[in-house]
Design a protein around this ligand. Structure first.
Ligand SMILES: C[S@@+](CC[C@H](N)C(=O)[O-])C[C@H]1O[C@@H](n2cnc3c(N)ncnc32)[C@H](O)[C@@H]1O
Length: 277
């Protein structure tokens, strides 16, 4: 049985997360900044024609769509219906049939062993109770099936962006864990334990050259990325703190930028695959 997290506090927390991810324009960020990550994950999972694939925390289908293009039978689930709606429209554009469903990664509405591949592209890492999510990923994957996860690392750019934003955010609720921990192979190994074999964990980077300079990166994320918008809302009545966060995000982009001229960054992620025993 799925571990039940169905209590009032958890529902309130998930409502907050859902509202946060609906802020701004996450589908455009996925399409403009990280589109290749979905394909990288699908290839790492060796998804093929006819495979039953579940994309968890699928957003607008960054991984679900390439999996469907590879011929798989894809179910895409996510907490945020607005993102699923964007995914549905994108899939229609490609003439793909994907099943879109609202679901919490910590309590998946699927039968045990229902999928050949269970994957998540920078998605499940944002569910707050890591063990509950890991247990669900294993539960719905068949023995011999593949779990594939692509996650930002703690020391990489997005991990460091969350670290930079933390002092300006409300304290996290007790029991919730930081998303970039999923980018640590030791952490992920511990979550799955002996329930998986053939573990592979590759540290890789995504080259990002979309921004001419730090301020352009900062303003793009302030406009479009739910977690960044939410943090700025939290300090909106304190102009000094807004200016301080602006400064910290600019510094972050400067720290990661290299090369002359246009800002060139490498964003580190962990590409994890394993077989369910
Ligand atoms: C950074 S986005 C990644 C979306 C997509 N996988 C991609 O590659 O673009 C993170 C996603 O996690 C989803 N999410 C956050 N918490 C979740 C939860 N508890 N259960 C399911 N989805 C969740 C958000 O709604 C959002 O779509």
């Amino acid at each position: 049985m799925a571990r039940s997290t169905d209590d009032a506090a958890d529902r309130t927390l998930k409502e907050r997360h859902r509202a946060m991810w609906a802020l701004g324009d996450y589908p455009s960020i996925a399409a403009e900044i990280i589109p290749e990550l979905g394909t990288i994950l699908v290839e790492a999972c060796q998804v093929g024609p006819g495979d039953a694939v579940l994309d968890v925390a699928a957003g607008a289908g960054n991984a679900a769509i390439p999996a469907a293009l590879a011929g798989a039978e894809v179910v895409a689930c996510d907490l945020t219906p607005e993102l699923l709606e964007a995914g549905r429209a994108a899939a229609e554009h490609y003439g793909l049939r994907i099943t879109w469903r609202e679901a919490d990664a910590e309590n998946l509405p699927y039968a045990n062993r229902a999928f050949d591949t269970v994957m998540s592209c920078v998605g499940v890492m944002f569910a707050p109770h890591h063990q509950a999510s890991a247990d669900e990923l294993v539960r719905v994957c068949r023995p011999g099936g593949t779990i594939g996860l692509l996650s930002w690392t703690p020391d990489g750019f997005i991990g460091q962006m969350f670290a930079a934003m933390k002092p300006y955010a409300p304290p996290p609720p007790p029991g919730s864990q930081p998303p970039p921990l999923w980018g640590s192979l030791d952490h992920v190994r511990a979550l799955f334990g002996e329930r998986v074999s053939d573990v592979s964990g590759d540290l890789r980077t995504l080259r990002v050259e979309a921004f001419a300079e730090p301020v352009e990166f900062r303003e793009y994320f302030k406009r479009g990325y739910g977690p960044t918008i939410a943090v700025y809302r939290n300090i909106a009545d304190d102009p000094d703190r807004v200016a301080a966060l602006d400064h910290d995000l600019d510094e972050l982009a400067r720290r990661f930028g290299h090369g002359a001229g246009r800002l060139r960054m490498e964003w580190e992620y962990l590409l994890f695959t394993a077989r369910v025993v």
